[in-house]
Design a binder for this molecule. Structure first.
Ligand code: BG6
Length: 504
């Protein structure tokens, strides 16, 4: 175990403690933080829920989750007993106001034992429809009014549209101060997403060319091979735009496009991101028609298996028009980005699991080399692979060895796997949970950010909802989405960068 700066004494209450998110993500992340020495001696993780777990059976359940999902699972035999001592389960019916007293009593118990007042973190890992009731019931517990030590973490989806997001913000802000509220977008905890800030603002090299003078356009592809993974009921009321684009992808757009922050304060960074959201060109109906494409996967063969069409998946309405693919062309109306489109696409059942950003630079202004060099000549690209590769690659032109003057693109690559050992790459939830314990909201969404993102996508959602008579283009599983997505770029003489990126 390494000696790190530790988080302050904390009690983390997890609503939905017996649920999937805790099993797969939160507990394995906490366990990794424990192994890395980030958790203090005084910490407790308390699962809350209606399941009849005892402390003992809850520990067994979490053990199984860690064995399956932790990146440090091989160390469990040795370290488990010490970690398990910090795990507890309390029965709580989220709908019963009087059952919330267990939280207060548990905190009092630990205060007496530890002789200090710990941070109290209330993590809502529950279905979105339960959130308002929990927030209201929590507000009756005195300790929630402690602005310094009590924090509430709210998972996505944060609302289902602008109106519901506003309503949820109003409710939260009635009972908690903004600095107590941590709205999670797990993409902001990814190492490679955070590294965009380092790439842009810790290097003098990129800033002078990071604008309309040198960049032709930016592409973001976020593709998944999976289908619904048993989440049909939720997904059919959501779709790709709400599930991925309104949050994860727009956050990446913000980080790519924001101005340099003056310092690293949470509000400074978030103000700069909000500026991007405010500068993104609002969609008129004509723009929605011109600049957006939706799609739905049909039936087909994928990785040698027959897979069902979206509309025949469990939990999905047979006549559903919910999109499983969305591609959008954004424009940012400010000095830096005028005329530089941001093309984004995301979808399920696509050809590869990948999240890649490509900065496509403009061609060199004049080609002075002989004709034969022009055939393989490409404008520069900077490719930031968020996952699974985790690398940054600058493609530039080089002379091929030989007597003639042939020029072809080559890559200069920074790879996380080569540069750092695997175990030093924390997962998104590790970073974000530690941030909550330390009281650092930089990588969390502020109320105005969430609302600005919803406001931007609402015209698209509304247009797609109203146009139920227009068939949703289908695409084959294992493809890159409907042909219309390719046309979105090809009509402008551009192309989606193929994956894996080709060097020639
Ligand atoms: C979640 C979406 O927010 O992100 C899921 O609800 C999606 O539908 C997931 O599969 C993708 O996350 P990641 O980290 O695997 O890219």
């Amino acid at each position: 175990m390494s000696t790190q700066i530790q988080a302050p004494p904390s009690i983390l209450f997890i609503f939905g403690g017996s649920g999937d998110l805790n099993y797969r993500k939160l507990s394995p992340a906490l366990y990794n933080l424990f192994l890395d020495g980030y958790l203090p001696a005084n910490f407790a993780i308390v699962g809350l829920g209606r399941t009849s777990f005892t402390n003992e059976s809850f520990r067994e359940h979490i053990y199984a989750g860690i064995q399956e999902f932790s990146r440090r699972k091989q160390e469990i035999a040795v370290s488990w007993p010490q970690f398990a001592e910090h795990l507890f389960f309390l029965p709580l019916d989220a709908k019963q106001a009087d059952s919330y007293q267990v939280i207060h009593s548990f905190v009092q118990e630990k205060e007496a034992e530890w002789q200090l007042h710990p941070n109290v973190i209330l993590y809502l890992a529950v279905a979105p429809q339960l959130v308002p009731g929990i927030v209201t019931n929590l507000s009756n517990i005195q300790l929630c009014h402690d602005k310094h030590c009590t924090r509430i973490v709210v998972e996505k989806p944060f609302g289902n549209d602008l109106a519901s997001a506003k309503k949820l913000n109003e409710l939260l802000l009635r009972h908690f101060a903004e600095e107590q509220i941590y709205r999670i977008d797990h993409y902001l905890g990814k190492e490679t997403v955070q590294n965009i800030l380092a790439l842009r603002f810790a290097n003098a090299l990129f800033e002078p060319i990071w604008n309309r003078n040198y960049i032709d356009h930016i592409q973001i592809t976020n593709a998944e091979t999976v289908g619904l993974e048993g989440r049909g009921g939720y997904y059919d009321t959501s779709g790709a735009l709400r599930d991925m684009l309104q949050n994860h992808i727009l956050q990446i757009v913000c980080i790519m496009a924001m101005e340099a922050p003056v310092n690293f304060n949470a509000d400074e960074i978030r103000n700069k991101k909000v500026d991007v959201l405010r500068a993104l060109r609002p969609f008129t109906t004509a723009h929605v028609r011109q600049c957006t494409v939706r799609g739905q996967y049909g039936a087909g063969t994928f990785k040698n298996k027959e897979v069902a069409a979206y509309t025949t998946e469990e939990g999905v309405q047979a006549n559903s028009t919910t999109e499983t693919f969305a591609a959008v062309e954004f424009h940012i109306d400010n000095w830096r980005w005028q005329g530089v489109p941001f093309f984004v696409r995301t979808g399920k059942r696509l050809a590869a699991k990948t999240t890649v950003i490509t900065v496509q630079f403009k061609p060199a202004p004049h080609v002075a080399f002989p004709q034969e060099s022009a055939n393989t000549w490409r404008p520069n690209t900077l490719t930031i692979s968020i996952q699974p590769e985790m690398d940054i690659r600058l493609q530039f032109q080089a002379k091929k060895p030989g007597q003639d003057f042939q020029i072809a693109p080559v890559d200069m690559v920074f790879s996380y796997k080569d540069a750092y050992t695997e175990e030093h790459q924390p997962e998104a939830y590790e970073t974000l949970l530690l941030d909550v314990m330390e009281g650092n909201p930089t990588q969390f969404m502020r109320a105005d950010q969430i609302e600005a993102a919803w406001q931007l996508v609402m015209p698209i959602i509304e247009h797609w909802q109203q146009n139920t008579h227009e068939p949703v283009p289908t695409y084959a599983p294992g493809s890159w989405g409907p042909q219309q997505a390719d046309e979105l770029l090809s009509k402008q003489g551009r192309n989606w960068v193929s994956y894996p990126p080709k060097t020639n």
